[in-house]
Design a protein around this ligand. Structure first.
Ligand SMILES: C[S@@+](CC[C@H](N)C(=O)[O-])C[C@H]1O[C@@H](n2cnc3c(N)ncnc32)[C@H](O)[C@@H]1O
Length: 302
């Protein structure tokens, strides 16, 4: 959704723009071209390998600061850089193709790999820890909440039974357990049977949804009036958090209509630019089927 991202960010020569999810730097490079020669691009990623790859391979046309950190630390990052305000900020949540396609990272149910799933390889908790140490109730809750998997309780039960025989160490071991847990008739519907459980584990390992609303509020706080925030989500849980946080920030006075003069003093801090989320075009989905679930939302600081 590159063209739409650039349109919504509305940046120009001299803009200071933060890409909170640098990944393969596709968006970042295009933004850098637009803000050259006077702008500054700040690229953040929690995955050291994304930062390294961008440092080595991305030929940015523009002054760039690349930082390995979690975007939840935006305040600290921008303070350390001596930045006072920004013109644009982008969140393109989830995993990059590089992460998904690297078998050793353990994100994909298509490859035999250790159950890892950490975006930040310096963190301790892995998917193997979750699968082998969480209680059955905790596992069921994670799989249900983050995977929206109707067979969550059965999958959790099968996981606990299997790990009593031997620890679950690999993606293929887990895929086999999930397949056994889901009845054959249900397995034929809704894509790969392990898709939802893998999504849930990945969200849990990387604490993807925790503090997302606060990260969006922090981002808006740093925007100059007229500055833009753009987000791309890939599942409904993430999209709901963005939608609700935008709504909350866009809401002004909350006094009851019976009070003629505002008492609450609340002011809207953003104007929502996308009443409905923007979806990728059919051509884009055909070229990149992973884009199918993408939902773009944008807002402008008042
Ligand atoms: C979908 S990819 C971004 C792709 C990128 N926009 C591009 O054009 O190539 C998401 C990236 O965000 C990173 N990421 C996810 N959550 C993060 C967080 N909380 N803080 C920093 N980076 C994060 C992931 O490691 C991944 O590299």
């Amino acid at each position: 959704m590159l063209a739409e991202v650039l349109k919504q960010l509305n940046c120009r020569d001299g803009s200071i723009v933060v890409d909170c999810t640098l990944g393969g730097a596709g968006h970042a490079k295009a933004v850098a071209d637009l803000i050259a020669p006077g702008g500054l691009l700040i690229g953040i990623d929690v995955d050291e390998t994304a930062i390294e790859a961008a440092r080595e391979n991305a030929r940015f046309s523009q002054q760039t600061k690349l930082i390995k950190d979690n975007f939840k630390n935006l305040d600290k990052i921008l303070h350390n850089l001596g930045i006072h305000a920004i013109d644009g900020i982008l969140f393109d949540f989830g995993l990059s193709s590089t992460q998904l396609d690297a078998p050793e990272r353990g994100f994909s149910y298509r490859f035999e790999a250790p159950l890892d799933m950490r975006m930040d390889i310096s963190q301790k908790l892995t998917a193997a820890d979750v699968v082998n140490t969480y209680s059955e109730a905790e596992l069921a809750s994670v799989i249900k909440r983050y995977g929206e998997e109707r067979w969550a309780s059965r999958i959790a039960h099968f996981i606990v039974e299997a790990r009593e025989r031997e620890p679950i160490k690999t993606t293929t071991q887990l895929v086999d357990i999930i397949k056994d847990a889901i009845p054959a008739s249900a397995r034929r519907r809704g894509g790969h049977p392990a898709r939802r459980t893998f999504q849930a584990l990945r969200i849990e390992v990387n604490k993807e949804l925790e503090g997302l609303d606060r990260a969006i509020r922090d981002a808006v706080k740093w925007l100059k009036p007229g500055g833009r925030i753009v987000s791309i989500s890939y599942h409904s849980l993430e999209d709901r958090i963005v939608k609700d946080t935008f709504k909350e920030l866009a809401r002004g006075c909350i006094c009851p209509p019976s009070i003629p003069i505002c008492q609450c003093g609340r002011k809207s801090s953003i104007k929502i630019l996308t009443r409905r989320p923007i979806r990728p075009s059919p051509e884009e989905i055909e070229a990149n089927p992973r884009a199918d679930s993408a939902r773009l939302r944008a807002a402008e600081k008042i």
